[in-house]
Design a protein around this ligand. Structure first.
Ligand code: 0O2
Length: 221
């Protein structure tokens, strides 16, 4: 290939990858705003943590190879929706749906797909809410609508998923049956823990509100 053509391709790929970084920045700003608003105006913050990543070119190529399809950037943009990824961890399952709802209400975000692996866990026990959104990114050549996969899960779900991910790769994706069974049991334990923590959280809130009501009443007397 002539050197000019190579340079042009390199620039195109750089611009393509940057577009995903910019899309992540847009969503991160939205998450930061929600976090700050909850922190300063409410007595409780549903967002524990958030991290982001742009899929490496190697993983993009692997996924493309798995799915089949051509190598054009346009094809990749239209078919691989998790090049930009953000993972949000919450304390409670109800927070996950609350965050999802708040994002869905933002008029500049287009919801492309919601995969609810909490209501429908994967057979291995994986739970998480995946929301694929499209966000407009304004670059020098014009507007690009870019997909970002937002994974929202509890701390317990995240703990399970990160360990499962390590085990999966440790065994080169061929995890022995005994480990698979134990992992499934661990996912069930994580779900029980989530349910218990959520119940405790509601009970504590109820007591808090009761106390506030009786304090108000005493104040009136
Ligand atoms: P990484 O390293 O996080 O990038 P689709 O995109 O619909 O064609 P895909 O990719 O299976 O099909 O989509 P899905 O189900 O939404 O899963 C995408 C991502 O969810 C994965 O990305 C993981 O981050 C996470 N995930 C899904 N299933 C599991 C699981 O069983 N265990 C764990 N630990 N994570 C899971 P990548 O690209 O696989 O990896």
């Amino acid at each position: 290939l002539p050197i000019d053509k190579i340079k042009e391709m390199k620039n195109e790929i750089t611009r393509f990858m940057m577009m995903y970084r910019f899309a992540i920045s847009e969503i991160e700003t939205k998450i930061d705003i929600l976090k700050d608003e909850f922190h300063f105006l409410h007595d409780y913050n549903p967002i524990e943590n958030s991290i982001s990543r742009v899929k490496s070119p190697e993983s993009i190529m692997k996924k493309l190879y798995r799915k089949g399809g051509d190598l054009s950037l346009q094809y990749i943009k239209e078919n691989i929706k998790d090049i930009a990824g953000i993972r949000i961890t919450c304390s409670f399952v109800s927070d996950i749906y609350r965050i999802c709802d708040l994002l869905q209400k933002q008029s500049d975000l287009k919801i492309i797909e919601v995969k609810d692996y909490i209501k429908n866990p994967k057979p291995n026990g994986y739970k998480s809410l995946h929301v694929i959104v499209e966000v407009p990114v304004f670059m020098s050549h014009g507007q690009e609508d870019v997909c970002v996969e937002i994974q929202i899960r509890t701390i317990a779900m995240d703990f399970w998923a990160s360990l499962e991910h390590k085990i999966y790769y440790k065994f080169n994706k061929e995890v022995p049956l005994s480990f698979l069974e134990e992992l499934k049991e661990a996912a069930d334990s994580a779900a029980l823990l989530d349910a218990k923590m959520e119940r405790l959280h509601h009970e504590v809130n109820a007591i808090k509100h009761e106390k506030e009501d009786s304090d108000d009443l005493l104040g009136e007397i």
